[in-house]
Write a protein that binds this ligand. Structure first.
Ligand code: 0X9
Ligand code: ZN
Length: 622
């Protein structure tokens, strides 16, 4: 057995080494025994990467196929080889250093924060002498990027040994199968959604997780990942969010509370063409797979969003890794998500997941001016930062994109905040550059765990956007025919109260239609009156405060929470002593007023006389 494994590894390593050695590849084509081992190993590779670890029921597999559009055929390419390349962290002391690095490398791994900062670059080893001559100081972070890529490829080609889905990275087919698995296992809380189709015809899939049926008005949250194809750690983080919420439902109090009060959407791969390409052909691919007019491929999706599009920190050069596209939303992937999210005005907050650098970022990216909600972003951002740090001590640098890392226009979080009015963050997950995009598999779960703590803080803070405290209001009993005053205070924690009608008193009579009154601001309190109700009615009432990003409900921040009250019971005909019984004691009261009697309850037929006709009616009520 061990020997067989050894043989398999040997065969696989030969194949993957061969991808990077054109002369050996020639031999491989000519040699039949090696060809056989190629097909064997490729089928192993397919099993390892493409097939989900858990077989899907046939019915579900069919549904899944119906939901997933088949991508267009693209000619197969040999995997790209990164022989003799290193990743360096260079100090950009002068503008000319940046110009030189841009000439020597076409793949910045981090974009330059400007003069005086450092940035990471993939560069041929033989270009290092040019840097030396130019006096640019740098450290080699990854000495042999090809070895790292190849060893990851070999590892992923092994048959899946672990039952733990998060033990290693997963390709697009496995991500899709896992989403289907969550839906199959949790059909009442999970549902597949999609935000359209990629350039190559792949469905851009997400999952909705909530205890409430679609259409229930609840605060929403959106987590997106993998706009940048090579950022596989981001993809796994998004899947972990789904996993922890779904598996924590009913088990973990905090996850349960989130599903009780909101709806969560997770889109693990916004750039499916690029992601697939990074698995099959070029591990370090970043952009989508648009064929540009000049023949090059790819638009940087995170420079294509339509808020501040076309500004600083994005390229007009089609070959550049930050190429912004021909227009805002020129790409079906960004356009599809825009069209999906725009009607969902209940979405309070969002987070777009990237790797690497351990950063927590918020708007703006397109300008150095602080955004109007900077204090809310900073407050919630600090809570997220602290929650992340509490897990394993990782101290994510937090702040607005522009000043914290670099100017970047056309980014998703600028659009989600600027146009869609969401409290929108970007996170750059692990690591700090030791492995960069080729994060070791052993870091998948620790990385995802600390980031899950961050997203929980984001959701919990957003759900407490305002604190509503009741000052006075009717309790469980209300006098029929009398209006009741409701007074409350509203303290805003995130965002600000919207301009008009921000605090509202709602009620329903006997479960009927919702009625609404705006609560006036009087002496620092919100005041409104529940109208007078008739006797014997049951009233449900609640208060809502609407802030920039979401709304908060009192008495509990969950749908249908209300305070119930009943009005004075209506008098029972014939129950003259109001003891809720029509009995002999009521008959004796009737007999006491026998004769002329104006507006007496005992005058049951209202003829201003209590007589034998009324006794007859009384006996019917008896
Ligand atoms: O440059 C980017 O798009 C992100 N960094 S990455 O290394 N993953 O490419 C940062 C995005 C910052 N957010 C916005 N520009 N809105
Ligand atoms: Zn990215």
């Amino acid at each position: 057995m061990a020997y067989n494994n050894f043989l398999l590894k040997l065969k696989l390593s030969m194949i993957y080494k061969n991808y990077c050695k054109p002369d050996l590849r020639l031999n491989m084509r000519m040699s039949r025994p090696i060809m056989l081992s190629v097909s064997f190993a490729l089928s192993v590779f397919a099993m390892a990467g493409v097939m989900p670890p858990l077989a899907l029921p046939t019915e579900l597999a069919i549904n899944q196929q119906a939901q997933l559009k088949a991508p267009i055929e693209v000619p197969a390419e040999d995997p790209v080889c990164f022989d003799d390349q290193v990743v360096i962290r260079a100090l950009i002391a002068h503008a000319r250093d940046l110009m030189l690095l841009n000439q020597l490398s076409d793949d910045p791994w981090t974009h330059s924060p400007g003069i005086g900062g450092t940035s990471d670059w993939r560069i041929s080893r033989d270009k290092l002498s040019v840097l030396n001559e130019a006096g640019i100081s740098y450290d080699i972070f990854i000495d042999d990027i090809n070895a790292l890529v190849e060893s990851e490829r070999e590892r992923l080609a092994q048959p899946v040994e672990s039952v733990d889905w998060f033990a290693d990275f997963k390709n697009l087919a496995a991500i899709n199968a896992q989403l289907d698995m969550y839906v199959a296992a949790h059909p009442t809380t999970c549902k597949i959604v999609n935000s359209g189709t990629s350039i190559q015809g792949r469905t851009i899939r997400g999952i909705r997780i909530s205890r409430h049926p679609e259409g229930t008005v609840v605060p929403g949250f959106v987590f997106t990942a993998t706009q940048h194809a090579r950022e596989w750690a981001a993809t796994m983080t998004a899947m972990w969010i789904v996993d922890r919420l779904v598996e924590g439902d009913g088990v973990d109090a905090r996850a349960t509370a989130i599903l009780d009060s909101s709806e969560v959407f997770v889109f693990p791969v916004l750039n499916p063409d690029g992601y697939e390409y990074s698995w099959v052909t070029n591990r370090l691919w970043r952009k989508n797979r648009r064929q540009n007019s000049g023949g090059s491929y790819g638009v940087d999706m995170n420079r294509n969003w339509g808020f501040g599009w076309g500004g600083v920190g994005a390229s007009t050069n089609q070959n550049n890794e930050t190429y912004r596209g021909t227009a805002a939303f020129s790409e079906p992937e960004t356009r599809g998500f825009r069209d999906w999210v725009t009607p969902r005005t209940n979405i309070a907050a969002s987070l777009d997941i990237h790797s690497y650098s351990e950063l927590l970022l918020w708007p703006w990216g397109y300008t150095g001016t602080l955004c109007p909600d900077e204090s809310s972003f900073a407050n919630v951002g600090t809570a997220m930062h602290d929650a992340i740090q509490d897990v394993y001590g990782h101290d994510y640098l937090a702040g607005p994109v522009y000043s914290t890392i670099y100017p970047a226009s056309g980014g998703i979080c600028d659009w989600e905040y600027g146009t869609a009015k969401q409290l929108s963050y970007t996170v750059e997950v692990r690591d700090l550059g030791t492995y960069g995009f080729i994060m070791p598999a052993s870091e998948i779960i620790p990385n995802a765990t600390e980031n899950f703590a961050g997203i929980m803080a984001l959701m919990e803070k957003s759900l407490q956007a305002s604190t509503i405290s009741l000052v006075t209001g009717p309790t469980s009993f209300m006098n029929a025919g009398e209006a009741s005053t409701v007074r409350a205070t509203v303290e805003v924690n995130v965002g600000s109260l919207i301009a008009s009608n921000p605090v509202r008193l709602h009620w329903k009579v006997n479960g009927g239609n919702k009625q609404t009154l705006n609560m006036a601001l009087v002496g620092g309190e919100r005041v409104a009156q529940l109208p007078a109700f008739a006797c014997g009615e049951s009233i449900a009432w609640w208060i809502e405060a609407e802030t920039t990003f979401t709304f908060t409900r009192w008495p509990n921040n969950i749908p249908d929470s209300s305070r119930g009250a009943s009005t004075t019971p209506c008098p029972i005909e014939g129950d003259f002593n109001a003891d809720e019984l029509v009995d002999l004691s009521d008959l004796s009261l009737l007999l006491l007023v026998f004769g002329e009697c104006v507006a007496c309850p005992e005058d049951l037929n209202n003829d201003n006389t209590v007589d034998s006709a009324d006794i007859g009616l009384f006996l019917l009520l008896y």
